[in-house]
Structure formats: structure tokens, C-alpha cells
Write a protein that binds this ligand. Structure first.
Ligand SMILES: [Zn+2]
Length: 513
């Protein structure tokens, strides 16, 4: 007699289904688990044994083998405990075989039989639905999260005793109403109306949001770089169903608490400059895949304040997600891609002492120090930043004005994105993804097939001929010019849009490339 059920293991942001098969064989009494990573076997067996005994069930008196399939990779983590326990119970006739067959169970067992929450429940629910599993059994603490996904019976259990009673038919399955907890909850995002003055910067945020452009801001400490960056998510469109599910699933897989339904606001992640490469980028750590800030910022904003202070390996490693929208992790037996389509915003002081803007009279840095500081961001990252802003302190006159609120600006952004989306509906990026925003467009394609009007073309040519912009610089100008024309509601960028786009390249202080 073989008992079969399903479990799942989180790898990166996705859950892989594991078939749990238990069979009685001849030999000395005992339970053997096959297919787990070596060290995890004993720990799991001890938890399952104690939990079974403390739930009034019996630990097998025969020889029992639990196989976790496919056996080709070693599973880690405690999420399989529940499936292993159920499978042993069914194989030893303590619950009917049919009660576990079409289930996928995830949860860590406490020694007392309590069922503890695990990360990645949404990913497991997606995998279960894809496999056509009928019932998903999860820790009670994760039930609302699992129930975000329609198309499954979700049961939340707090104790193994509860699960045993349901499997024996002595109590109804503790079903969670699917979809019942979908409250379209909005994280409170700070409003643009809090930012006084800073016309150019507010305009640059609007352009960044409309065209999906990465943005850099150079300015003295305290000029409001963080204040501005935090307001970008509020300008981005609400996440659609697919993006919201992706973002919520990522947060769930990272072990974050999911409250109030699907995440509808674009995420905002701001790792500190002392953060390790793996915590920013993600990657393999101790045989597991760790999700980094770039993945948590998927479909949203990654903000690096004091960017030149970050570990050089972080800045270097950002190149891959910026170019391809994903982070590839290749380790011994792990090969996964973590999604990371981000809006990058970096901020920096003008120089190490922070006072080297404008006339820079108080700056105490040597020219060498300034060059070295600026050069940390050079190359591949800066190359992908279309908008480069130099922030000045607002004047007293600026401070008197009533700034536009986020809702008004976000409406213009939405209209501009609609225009761009319509134009790019048949285009794909070099990596095969759909082009959604102007910043996704490959430079040479844009130049060849979507040039500005003749007057705009003339401005761009003149700048290129005179050496004022490089070829790549011209591509960046053209992408931004398209966004300006989308915001203005005109068919094609002209002289004004190209000229304004050129002014948004932050030429000062050797930061432009
Ligand atoms: Zn300085």
C-alpha cells in the first residue's frame, strides 16, 4: 500500500511541487525519508514524530519509507513536514488514503503538533492550481494569503489534531472562503503636494513615471532627494491583477506578512548603502535562494540613496536586472530566475563632502576625490539612466506656491502611458518581453523607426555632430523626448521635446556620460 500526497518547496519566488509517497516495507521498525537534503532529514523526522505523538496519533511500528519526488534535487526547509505527516498517517491506516490523495499540504510542525506559518504560500497555491490539486492545506496563519487565489479549496489548520479530524471525516474541513479576504488595500503613499518648490524635480518624477525612465538625482544633503523618490510609486499606475499577484507572491515568498489582500501600489524598496550584495541583488545563500531588494521592488521602485557609497559589487550586479528585468541565480543545484523589472532611482551627493554644487565654494574635496566619487557610478548603470537631475535648493519664492497633488500628476502619467502602450503594442524588448514603456525601447530601433519630427531631428543631429551628445546619449534623449510628447499629447516629439530632453541629462560635475 502506497500513500500519496503533495507538498511544495519554495525555490526563489516559485514553489516546486513535491510528491510525497509513503510505503511500508519489511525490516526493522523506523521511518526513512528519502530526497531531503541530508541535514534536514533528521530534523524533519523528529518534528513529525513528536507532532504525531502529541496529536494522539501513532508513530509507525513497522518499516516505513517516505520518498520525496522528484529525487533528483535535495529539498530544504520545513514546509514538507505536514505532507510527510499526512502521508505517514494514511499509509498506516490512521486516516483514509483518499483524504490525502488530491491535497497539497504545506506547513512546519511544532513538536507539540502546532502548525507554523511558512513563506511562499501564494507561490504554492499557484503551483497547486496549475497541477490541478483539489485542496490546499496551509497553516491557519497563512490561510487568508492562500485564499487570494481563486480556483482552490483552501483549508487553514492550526494544529495537526485538527487536520487529522478533518481527514477522518470527524470534523468538516476548516475551509477558508476563497476571495473573501480580497480587500483592495492601498498602502498609504506620500503625496507630491508635500514637496514645495523643486519644479524641475517634480517634473522629472512625472517624466520618469510616464516613460518608465531610471532617474538619478545629485544634490547636497537635505535638499529633498529621498522625499522626492518616495513619491514616485504614487505616480505609477495601480498594479493590474497579474502584476499585483506577482508582487504579492514575491512578498509572501520573502516571508513578509501579507495583509489586506493583493498589493496594488507599486512597491518601494530602499536598501541602506551598507546592505550586502545578496540582500540587494538576491542569490544563493546556504543552499537556499535569497530574494533581494531588486526583486521585492519588481514592478516598483528601487531607491539607492548615497549610491556611490554602496559596495562596488552591488552596483556592478545591478547591471543584469537593469538590462534584462531579472536576476539569474546559478548555484550547485539551483538554477532560478528572480523577476526584477524595476524603476531605478539613485541619489548622490555632488562630492564626498556634499557641498560641491553651484559655486561649490565650501567644498573641501580635491579634484581627485571628486572624480573618484563620481566614477563609482560610471559605466553600465549610468548608461541606463535616462534622466539625470541636479537638485538645487528651492528659492523662497518657490516655497510660496501651492504644489500639484499626486492625483493630478498621476492622471497625466496614466494618459501618457496609455499613448505609449498603444504605440508599442506590437514591440518586444531584446529579451523578448513586451515593451510597456518608452524606456523599454531599444535605442537603435527607436532611432531607426521612431525618429522625432524633422525639426527635432535637426536639433539631435546638431548636438551629435558637435559632440555634445554621444550615440547612446542621443538614444536616451530620444526616449525621454517621446515621453515628453506622450505627456503633451502630441503625435511625435519635435524641437521643444528634444531640447528639453537634452536639458535633463545632468551635465555638471562629470556625472554625465
Ligand atoms: Zn566636496
Amino acid at each position: 500500500m502506497v500513500a500519496r500526497t503533495h507538498g511544495a518547496v519554495l525555490v526563489g519566488v516559485d514553489a516546486r511541487i513535491v510528491d510525497v509517497e509513503t510505503d511500508v516495507s519489511s525490516g526493522l521498525p523506523g521511518v526513512t525519508i528519502v530526497g531531503l537534503a541530508e541535514r534536514a532529514v533528521n530534523e524533519s523526522r523528529e518534528r513529525v514524530r513528536a507532532a504525531l505523538v502529541n496529536s494522539g496519533a501513532e508513530w509507525p511500528k513497522t518499516r516505513v519509507t517516505v520518498a520525496l519526488l522528484p529525487a533528483s534535487w535535495h529539498k530544504r526547509g520545513s514546509s514538507l513536514d505536514l505532507g510527510i505527516a499526512a502521508s505517514i498517517l494514511a499509509d498506516t491506516d490512521q486516516v483514509p488514503l483518499s483524504a490525502v490523495r488530491d491535497c497539497l499540504m504545506i506547513g512546519e510542525l511544532g513538536l507539540d503538533g502546532s502548525i507554523r506559518s511558512v513563506p511562499g504560500v501564494i507561490a504554492a497555491a499557484l503551483a497547486a492550481r496549475e497541477r490541478g490539486v483539489d485542496r490546499l492545506v496551509v497553516p491557519a496563519a497563512n490561510a487568508a494569503e492562500a485564499a487570494l487565489l481563486p480556483g482552490l479549496h483552501v483549508s487553514g489548520v492550526a494544529h495537526l489534531r485538527e487536520l487529522i479530524a478533518a481527514m477522518r471525516g470527524e470534523a468538516p474541513w476548516p475551509d477558508h472562503e476563497v476571495g473573501g479576504s480580497v480587500v483592495h488595500h492601498q498602502r498609504a503613499v506620500p503625496d507630491l503636494s508635500d514637496v514645495r518648490g523643486q519644479h524641475q524635480a517634480r517634473r522629472a518624477l512625472e517624466i520618469a513615471a510616464a516613460g518608465g525612465h531610471h532617474l538619478s538625482m545629485i544634490g547636497t544633503p537635505g535638499v529633498g532627494k529621498t522625499l522626492l523618490a518616495e513619491r514616485l510609486p504614487g505616480l505609477l499606475p495601480e498594479l493590474d491583477d497579474e502584476a499585483a499577484l506577482e508582487v504579492t507572491a514575491i512578498a509572501s515568498s520573502a516571508g513578509r506578512r501579507i495583509e489586506g489582500g493583493l498589493v496594488r501600489v507599486a512597491p518601494f524598496e530602499a536598501p541602506h548603502h551598507t546592505a550586502s550584495p545578496v540582500s540587494v541583488i538576491g542569490g544563493g545563500q546556504g543552499g537556499r535562494v535569497r530574494i533581494g531588494a531588486v526583486t521585492l521592488a519588481h514592478h516598483g521602485v528601487l531607491f539607492l540613496d548615497e549610491a556611490p557609497e554602496f559596495d562596488a559589487r552591488v552596483l556592478e550586479a545591478l547591471r543584469q536586472p537593469i538590462e534584462s528585468g531579472r536576476v539569474e541565480v546559478h548555484r550547485a543545484d539551483i538554477n532560478v530566475a528572480l523577476p526584477a523589472r524595476i524603476h531605478l532611482v539613485i541619489a548622490a551627493n555632488p562630492c564626498p563632502c556634499g557641498r560641491g554644487l553651484g559655486r561649490g565654494r565650501d567644498c573641501s574635496c580635491s579634484p581627485m576625490q571628486r572624480r573618484r566619487y563620481a566614477s563609482r557610478l560610471s559605466g553600465p548603470i549610468l548608461d541606463r539612466i535616462d534622466l539625470r537631475l541636479i537638485l538645487e535648493r528651492p528659492s523662497v519664492a518657490d516655497l510660496g506656491e501651492e504644489p500639484e497633488p499626486t492625483s493630478v500628476v498621476a492622471e497625466r502619467v496614466r494618459a501618457a502611458r496609455d499613448r505609449a502602450g498603444h504605440r508599442w503594442r506590437a514591440e518586444r524588448t531584446l529579451h523578448g518581453d513586451l515593451v510597456r514603456v518608452n524606456a523599454d525601447m531599444h535605442g537603435p530601433t527607436l532611432r531607426r523607426r521612431f525618429p522625432p519630427d524633422p525639426a527635432g531631428q535637426q536639433v539631435l543631429h546638431a548636438a551629435f555632430e558637435s559632440g555634445a551628445v554621444t550615440m547612446r546619449g542621443a538614444d536616451r534623449v530620444l526616449r525621454v523626448a517621446w515621453t515628453l510628447s506622450d505627456l503633451a499629447g502630441i503625435a511625435r516629439p519635435g524641437r521643444d521635446e528634444v531640447g528639453y530632453a537634452m536639458s535633463l541629462r545632468g551635465e555638471a560635475q562629470g556625472w554625465a556620460a
